[in-house]
Structures are given as C-alpha cells and as structure tokens.
Design a binder for this molecule. Structure first.
Ligand code: KG4
Ligand code: ZN
Length: 341
C-alpha cells in the first residue's frame, strides 16, 4: 500500500495567519486560521504593518496548534508548502521564513505555492477536479479567469485591469458607511433592494476576458454624491442591488463565454467573493443550462484565505517536483504561470 502524502501548508499573504495539514492533497487533517479582521476593521481595510506584526505574534502558536489538532509531529510531515506570493510583502515574509526555518530544522522539502493556485485547489478538498477546467477567482486582491488544461498547469486568460471585485465591494460598502470587509454587508443589503439604478457594465473590447471595476465604483460614488447635492435620498438597498447586478452580470457572462470557448468540463469558483449569494445563484442558473459543464463552488470556509488550500495546491506541485531552497523569498508580484514548467 502506498504511504499517505502529508503536507503542512502555511499562508500569511494578507490578514489571516493560517496553517493546515492535508493528506493526499484532498483530506484535511487540521485547518487553523487566526483572523485579524477585528484589528483592521477600524481602519476600513488591511494595514500592512499591523498585518505583519500580527503574523509574527501568531505564526508559532498556529503551527503548534495545527500539529496538535492533527495529532502529529514534524516527523509525520512529508513537505512544507508555503505561499510565496502574491500578497503583502511584509506579511508573506513571516510565512516564508517560518516555512524555511521548519524545512531547515527538520530537513523537509519546501514547496513554494502561488496564492491563487491555492484558492483554486481549495476545490480539490471538496471534489475531484476534472480537466480541462476554468477557474473564476474573485477575491479582495484578485479577479481572474484561469484556464487549466491539466493538473498543476495555469493559464490566465483574463484579469482585472484595475480594482478586484472584492475591492470594489469593500469600497462601495465604505461609501454606504458599512464596516470592513463590506462584501457580505452589500450582499445582504442587495437582497433587500431592487436593481433600479442604472449603473455601467465594463465589457471591454470584443473577445476580452479582462475585467474592470473602477468605473462602476466611481459611478456608485457619483450617484451618492449627486443625490446628496440635490437633497435627494437613494435607498442604500437599491444601490447595493444595482451594484451587485452589474458585478455579477459581467462575471457570469464572461465565465460562461470562456467555459464554452475553451470547452471545459468543470468551472470552479474561488476566493472570498465566491461567498456572494447573488453570484452563486446566477452561476448556478447559467450553468444549469450547460450540461457538459460541472459547476463547483466551495463551502464558505474554504472560499476565504486558509492554509488547507495552500497544502492542497502544494501537494500537486510537490508531486510535480516543484521545490524551493533556503534562498526562497516572498514575491508580492509572483506570476502563476511560472509553475507550468
Ligand atoms: O479571498 P479573500 O478572503 O481574501 C483575499 O485574498 O483577498 O477575499 C476577501 C474579499 C473581501 O473583499 C470581501 O469583501 C469579499 O471577499 N467578500 C464578499 C463576500 N464575502 C466576502 N464579497 C461579496 N459578497 C460576499 N458575500
Ligand atoms: Zn485570497
């Protein structure tokens, strides 16, 4: 019988300090996430210096906790997978240095992982991936359509030219005086209103799978300011519904078009905005009409940042022979396509 493959994953790219142990790339033995959201809330967004300081305080505790929960020691671990980038450089460095120290001290292979590859592989923790597949990655920092012809091979066919979808949600929430992160609040409010306010949809050039959300964000801000100047009131729930409609329509239309053009077997959704109820139901409706394509949306706990997803992606890269040595550095602008070789 083949021995189980046990990967320890570490993720510190933004505001969650996370460690997880995943067996054979798909079974979670332990998954620990220390969120810093409360510390950043009063600033209305993630403050990089505060994030780094929290990671330093939390990383050892989180690593001890994950081994304890899995009832394992470092001797049980086959490799250490860590987020190399993209993300906040000072935050990434804490995870990278912890991983390097562990790898060096315990003589374990070190596997560098792209954060988005992690979000995509979160889906492998709930279902078997079928290739070719298309991943819609929508988070606070990213909006991308990634085509995967096979395991561990990533091709970015579309990405945002300005704001990420989650970032647009957070900025619009701020205009409506809602706390950070604003996505869930706008989502809830959108279901109480109607999309009666006319807002733009950025389709970009014919055939492009790129996205742009800054024009929409500005349109929302202008709508609010113009109404204030005229002494009119706008129902926040209608504004939220109209904004959500615009974001969801563009995301779903481009995803469906790409899924058809690339003839994929599966469409998977990843990142924090995958928690959005409007997006989930619009995707479910659209793909219920396309029999050849399976739609996979991970449970909410695996949509937001965690280390199980890093270990799951790390498992595939480890099998592919991807390794880093002790010179590994955090890379805030890391390109996902370098893992294709
Ligand atoms: O993937 P994630 O946890 O962190 C990044 O890597 O960015 O995504 C966080 C983002 C935030 O912008 C948050 O507002 C958004 O995901 N988000 C949502 C919802 N839940 C979280 N956006 C829209 N609707 C939601 N229900
Ligand atoms: Zn993320």
């Amino acid at each position: 019988m083949k021995k189980d493959q046990v990967i320890l994953g570490i993720e510190t790219s933004c505001d969650e300090t996370a460690a997880a142990i995943v067996i054979n790339g798909c079974e979670i033995a332990a998954n620990v996430v220390a969120s810093q959201i409360e510390s950043h809330k009063r600033f209305g967004g993630v403050v990089p210096e505060i994030a780094s300081r929290h990671h330093v305080e939390q990383i050892t505790i989180v690593l001890e906790e994950v081994l304890q929960q899995a009832n394992m020691t470092m001797a049980d671990i086959d490799a250490i997978a860590v987020t190399e980038g993209p993300g906040l450089v000072g935050a990434l460095l804490i995870g990278v240095n912890a991983a390097k120290a562990l790898a060096f001290a315990h003589n374990k292979p070190l596997v560098p992982v792209h954060h988005i590859a992690g979000h995509i592989y979160a889906n492998r923790l709930v279902t078997e991936l079928k290739f070719p597949l298309l991943a819609l990655v929508v988070s606070g920092g990213h909006t991308e359509l990634v085509y995967m012809k096979e395991q561990g091979h990533f091709e970015v066919i579309g990405e945002t030219r300005d704001d990420a979808a989650g970032e647009a949600y957070d900025k619009v929430a701020r205009v409506l005086h809602m706390p950070y992160p604003g996505g869930p609040h706008i989502d809830r409010l959108a279901h109480e209103g109607s999309p009666v306010i006319d807002l733009p949809r950025a389709w970009l050039e014919e055939g492009s799978y790129d996205f742009s959300f800054s024009g929409l964000k500005s349109a929302v801000i202008n709508t609010v300011h113009n109404a204030q100047q005229r002494g009119q009131t706008i129902k926040p729930e209608d504004l939220a519904a109209s904004f959500q409609d615009s974001v969801v329509e563009v995301l779903v239309t481009k995803t469906v078009k790409a899924a058809e053009e690339y003839r994929v077997k599966q469409v998977i959704v990843a990142g924090g905005v995958a928690a959005n109820k409007g997006l989930r139901s619009a995707l479910e409706t659209a793909f219920s009409e396309i029999e050849e394509v399976d739609l996979v949306i991970p449970p909410l706990s695996l949509c937001t940042d965690n280390a199980a997803m890093i270990a799951a992606a790390g498992s595939v890269l480890f099998e592919k022979g991807v390794r880093a040595d002790i010179s590994l550095n955090a890379n805030p602008g890391l390109d996902i396509e370098i893992f294709n070789a």
